[in-house]
Design a protein around this ligand. Structure first.
Ligand SMILES: C[S@@+](CC[C@H](N)C(=O)[O-])C[C@H]1O[C@@H](n2cnc3c(N)ncnc32)[C@H](O)[C@@H]1O
Length: 293
């Protein structure tokens, strides 16, 4: 078991002394500090926003006792929660901006397998208007548009929106902002397709996204999400930051789903089908339908 804490320990001397004390108090548990994470010296982000990381690894970890040991030594300490401070959205926007500036059309121009399958499904259901939250530079939009559907996107990165306009024209509306702030318009869509985005959000944000999408569906409309599965080889790697949630690839936070968590999050939003699909990672294709009121 690994438990991650945040602390206001600032330097190697404090860290070394604390590790010694912790390891003698809690035999069988290994402790180490990551002081590189610190933004403690930035006066705009005091603890808990600014913090260093304490990692505990062992078979039995008494979090309360560990926090109390640090507090008695004069340091602040808490369990690392999914959402530590309100900088998350800004940070994610910066992350995606930088990614699109540096890597440009990083997934090529072919639609994902999930988009192709969902397009076939939407065509069969006579879907005419599709909303794509997290549309990126639009590669998944094309398949729906080629089949006569009007597409509207939502995207956090301005650079990705500019790329979408360059490749697919200016007649596709894309709202700039975070899906957490949906809705961006008053339309009801008969199809919503959300690819590889939901697992990047924290629990509260995922709930908001699912509810906001469900709200924007017309009666009998369908929404399809692709969500990262625990079968991915990256599951359990990186920094553990919450239940089934890890920080990987230099700052991307990912939640890993299993069937139980898909049910827990989507049952209340008209869940009708869960299938497994392999893209660059194993995903769940989660299909929901909004029943007539
Ligand atoms: C994994 S990518 C998938 C992109 C696109 N669906 C594709 O495959 O071509 C996630 C996309 O969602 C965007 N994104 C991430 N967080 C977002 C948020 N909170 N609100 C809106 N878009 C977001 C990213 O900028 C990125 O374009």
């Amino acid at each position: 078991m690994i438990q991650i804490f945040i602390s206001d320990i600032e330097n190697g001397i404090q860290a070394d002394g604390t590790v010694k004390e912790l390891e003698s108090t809690f035999p069988g548990v290994k402790f180490n500090f990551d002081l590189n994470d610190s933004s403690l010296n930035d006066s705009s982000s005091p603890f808990p926003c600014g913090h260093t990381i304490l990692r505990a690894e062992g078979t039995a970890i008494n979090a309360e006792a560990i926090i109390s040991t640090l507090n008695k030594a004069g340091f602040r300490c808490a369990i690392l929660e999914d959402k530590v401070c309100s900088k998350t959205a800004d940070t994610m926007e910066e992350f995606w901006e930088t990614s699109f500036i540096e890597k440009q059309e990083m997934w090529g121009f072919e639609p994902s397998r999930s988009a192709v399958l969902t397009n076939g499904f939407f065509v069969g259901k006579g879907v005419k208007n599709v909303l794509i939250p997290g549309i990126g530079y639009g590669r998944n939009a094309r398949v729906f548009r080629d089949n006569g559907m009007a597409v509207t996107g939502i995207e956090l990165s301005k650079t990705a929106i500019e790329m979408a306009r360059k490749h697919y024209g200016t007649d596709m509306a894309i709202h700039h902002g975070s899906v957490v702030d949906m809705p961006f318009d008053n339309y009801r869509y008969d199809g919503i397709f959300c690819y590889a985005l939901i697992h990047l959000l924290d629990a509260e944000e995922r709930k908001k996204l699912i509810m906001a999408c469900y709200y924007q569906l017309s009666d009998n409309g369908y929404m399809v999400f692709t969500a990262l599965s625990k079968e991915a080889h990256t599951y359990g790697k990186g920094k553990h930051i919450g239940k089934d949630r890890y920080e990987l690839f230099g700052g991307v936070k990912m939640f890993f789903y299993d069937r139980e968590s898909v049910h827990a999050e989507f049952d209340g939003a008209g869940l009708v089908e869960i299938t497994e699909i392999k893209e660059n990672f194993p995903f769940f294709l989660v299909k929901c339908r909004k029943a007539m009121a």
